[in-house]
Design a protein around this ligand. Structure first.
Ligand SMILES: Nc1ncnc2c1ncn2[C@@H]1O[C@H](COP(=O)(O)OP(=O)(O)O)[C@@H](O)[C@H]1O
Ligand SMILES: [Mg+2]
Length: 319
């Protein structure tokens, strides 16, 4: 029997001013200052939401993001106020900066595809000759992307962000510095768990004239992780890395003829496949936290979530 999953929500809260349905998360604006984010169990790949939701995925994402937001507060302030339910974070609504700050320490994914095509620069960074897939860079690099409101994000550069007047040079320098510091912290925490933080993306916003870290961080949806213990051997033998990310979902899609291009059809997902994705997210949670996931109850989940949000909002507004 397939488990229940939370594919979408439709709440109406007091003082609700806006609703945005992201690819994965349902975002409710409350008044002018607050955001309620429900990490649903939807899964996206190649910028497409897949037809079936993955039980417990939202809970895993929400928990990992919360953990890392708490462990990076000394580097930069972030948007999180409370997590009243395993699927929910409430925090400050910020004016999102339309740049994704991608940090990479390995030649993987998009970076590898660019390199393989013969190019030796990525978003203004010069890449050394002679690297193979999943090799480590001399040091982490920032490869920014513009956050397009529709469809694919596009690579950009430090200079282009300034030319377009998106940020001042002082702001951009500060955001590069913060992104690299966050990546360093993420790398250290992952290493304690026997994992390598391969690459990740950060989003920032402005609130009361200050930079705030927003969105999720260091989750399997926004990052790639390798197992550290097998990394060297696999590299030496030219074998694929053991990954903790949704890369295997992308691979399954590609094997079944889907790369997110026009005219392609998303292959149907069997119960077995959905269950295997849940298990991978669970494995990731355990690797990252050292404890098994406590599978939340899906019994009347919408009501559970709605009530915990209402209660938390009341409390926050009284503070
Ligand atoms: N504190 C915040 N203030 C404003 N916007 C935010 C904040 N945190 C996250 N967001 C935005 O909320 C959305 C989260 O939902 P997601 O499923 O990731 O959507 P998307 O399909 O846009 O990536 C993102 O667009 C992200 O930029
Ligand atoms: Mg997103």
């Amino acid at each position: 029997m397939t488990l229940k999953a939370l594919s979408a929500t439709q709440f109406q809260f007091e003082n609700q001013t806006h609703f945005y349905k992201g690819k994965v998360r349902d975002v409710y604006s409350i008044g002018t200052d607050l955001l309620v984010m429900v990490a649903c169990d939807r899964i996206s790949a190649f910028d497409h939401v897949l037809p079936r939701a993955i039980p417990h995925k939202g809970q895993v994402l929400n928990a990992i993001a919360g953990l890392f937001l708490d462990k990076t507060k000394d580097i930069v302030q972030n948007w999180k106020i409370a997590m009243p339910d395993p699927h929910v974070t409430i925090g400050y609504r910020c004016d999102a900066i339309p740049v994704e700050f991608v940090v990479r320490n390995y030649l993987t994914g998009h970076a590898w595809r660019v390199y393989k095509s013969g190019l030796r620069t990525l978003c203004g960074n010069v890449l050394p000759e002679g690297l193979k897939e999943n090799d480590q860079f001399p040091q982490p690099i920032v490869t920014p992307a513009t956050k397009a409101s529709e469809g694919h994000d596009e690579d950009t550069t430090y200079d282009e962000i300034l030319e377009k007047g998106i940020l001042t040079q002082a702001q951009l320098d500060e955001l590069y510095r913060i992104s690299l510091a966050l990546f360093q912290r993420g790398t250290e925490i992952a290493a304690e768990k026997g994992l390598i933080l391969v690459d990740t993306k950060y989003e920032f916003g402005m609130r009361n004239g200050q930079i705030v870290l927003i969105d999720e961080i260091h989750t399997p949806d926004s990052s790639r992780f390798f197992y550290a213990d097998t990394y060297e051997d696999l590299q030496r033998n030219g074998q694929p890395q053991r990954q903790l990310s949704k890369e295997f979902v992308r691979e399954w899609l590609m094997e079944n003829g889907f790369q997110g291009k026009e005219g392609e059809v998303i292959p149907p997902m069997s119960d077995e496949f959905v269950n295997s994705i849940t298990e991978r997210y669970e494995e990731l949670y355990r690797a990252m936290t050292g404890a098994p996931l406590e599978r939340r109850s899906y019994d009347q989940i919408e009501i559970q979530i709605e009530n915990s949000i209402k209660q938390a909002l009341k409390q926050i507004e009284h503070e």
